[in-house]
Design a protein around this ligand. Structure first.
Ligand SMILES: *Cc1c(COP(=O)(O)O)cnc(C)c1O
Length: 397
């Protein structure tokens, strides 16, 4: 038996993740694998924690990459803090809120859901109402940037409410970290996790996690051990402490990738990176609207710059457009799912993928694919509007 050489096409990744990987990150991944107790590797691990704290905007001691994808970051956040019999409020306005609720239930919690339509934020009044009805609530779970809907949830009013009722706030920042303003310490967020393949622009495989002092105190006071051995932070932190104790073999190659991705963020500047995501998203929005398309999230301040949902016009076969973009233009975008299935496309401008020429390439390809199906796009209108927006330098910068 023989196997042919692996050949994978270079795609322009403008979907809900993964995003394109910066060539410098690939280069770092060519570095040799060494032992997990090799002083050189331990130095690299420590070096990586400081920039990770900088990107989370925190001084939290426990700020580490969990070995797994974003969903394992979610499990680490929830399984460490939630115990059998706890009451947990979960804000649900999209797919990832549902996943958080599922995990909290698997920990034996009584889950109270607070729901909003897919495309709108969860209003603080709704959460306040739930907290008033359940003052025993241990934690509130919420998604910052809902990748399934394109909504950016304002966190400040939510964290104030949670703390007022003595609850922790657990935040999914998988799509927002390094793509939109996020301030773990200044906003007082207790538990926050992310993933490497969205705005950090490294391959999927690590889930950055940070736990604040209130969360850590609860973790250390647990009645019974965390139900997951693998993500139990009281065990994992022994590897980071002195003396170092083996927990599991960290995926070295992914740590090299994360280190280089963080180095790129430090070079660019975190705030400039937030502004870049916003600038290119605004150009995309202007272009899509000039083509005669409607954005699914109506209020601009509730749109997450890394992920845009745009409505599929009446009579257009949405899958045919996506397939055409992939086959003829080499561009990946995402479909809607759940209640948004067949109703929206999801366009990501995350990390290395958030570049002006990518916005223009997407608008060009989309226009061509829509015209194939007879949609009356004014020729070049999308690109012109996006170029004007880009030339204005993002007027909110
Ligand atoms: C992608 C994503 C996840 C899950 O991450 P995986 O790496 O796919 O496990 C969780 N939450 C949000 C908001 C996401 O966008």
């Amino acid at each position: 038996m023989t196997l042919e050489e692996l050949i994978v096409p270079h795609r322009l990744l403008l979907g809900p993740g993964p995003s394109n990987v910066d060539p410098r990150v690939y280069k770092a991944m060519m570095s040799p694998v060494i032992g997990y107790l090799d002083p050189q590797f331990l130095r690299l691990l420590e070096e990586t924690q400081e920039p990770l704290r900088a990107v989370f905007r925190t001084t939290n001691e426990l700020t580490i990459p969990i070995s797994g994808t974003g969903s394992l970051g979610m499990e680490a956040a929830i399984y460490n803090t939630v115990e059998e019999g706890d009451t947990v409020i979960v804000a649900i306005n999209g797919f990832f809120g549902l996943r958080m609720a599922d995990m909290a239930r698997r920990c034996g919690a009584t889950v109270v859901t607070v729901e909003a339509p897919w495309g709108q934020i969860v209003e603080p009044e709704q959460l306040e109402d739930a907290l008033r009805r359940h003052p025993e609530t241990k934690a509130v779970c919420i998604v910052h940037a809902e990748t399934s809907t394109g909504v950016l949830q304002p966190l400040l009013p939510v964290v104030e409410l949670a703390h007022q009722y003595g609850a922790l706030l657990i935040v999914d920042a998988v799509t927002s970290l390094a793509g939109c303003p996020l301030e773990v310490d200044a906003w007082g967020l207790d538990v926050v996790y992310s993933a490497t393949q969205k705005c950090l622009s490294a391959p999927p495989g690590l889930a950055p996690l940070t736990l604040g002092p209130r969360a850590m105190e609860l973790v250390l006071k647990r009645r019974e051990p965390c139900r997951s051995w693998y993500v139990d932070v009281t065990l994992i932190r022994q590897y980071y402490g002195q003396p170092r104790r083996y927990h599991h073999t960290p995926p070295m190659t992914m740590l090299y990738a994360l280190r280089e991705a963080l180095r790129l963020i430090l070079e660019e500047g975190l705030e400039e990176r937030w502004r870049r995501h916003r600038r290119h998203a605004r150009a995309l929005w202007a272009g899509l609207e000039a083509m005669g398309l409607r954005l699914h999230v109506e209020r601009e301040e509730h749109r997450a710059p890394p992920i845009t949902t745009v409505c599929v016009p009446e009579g257009i076969d949405e899958a045919q457009v996506r397939n055409g973009l992939l086959e003829r233009h080499n561009i990946e975008i995402g479909a809607g799912f759940g209640p948004l299935q067949g109703r929206v496309w999801r366009i990501g401008l995350m990390g290395y993928s958030s570049q002006p020429q990518n916005v223009l390439a997407l608008l060009h390809g989309l226009e061509e694919e829509l015209r194939r199906q007879g949609f009356p796009c004014p020729p070049g209108a999308g690109i012109s509007a996006a170029s004007r927006s880009l030339a204005s330098g993002g007027d909110d910068a």
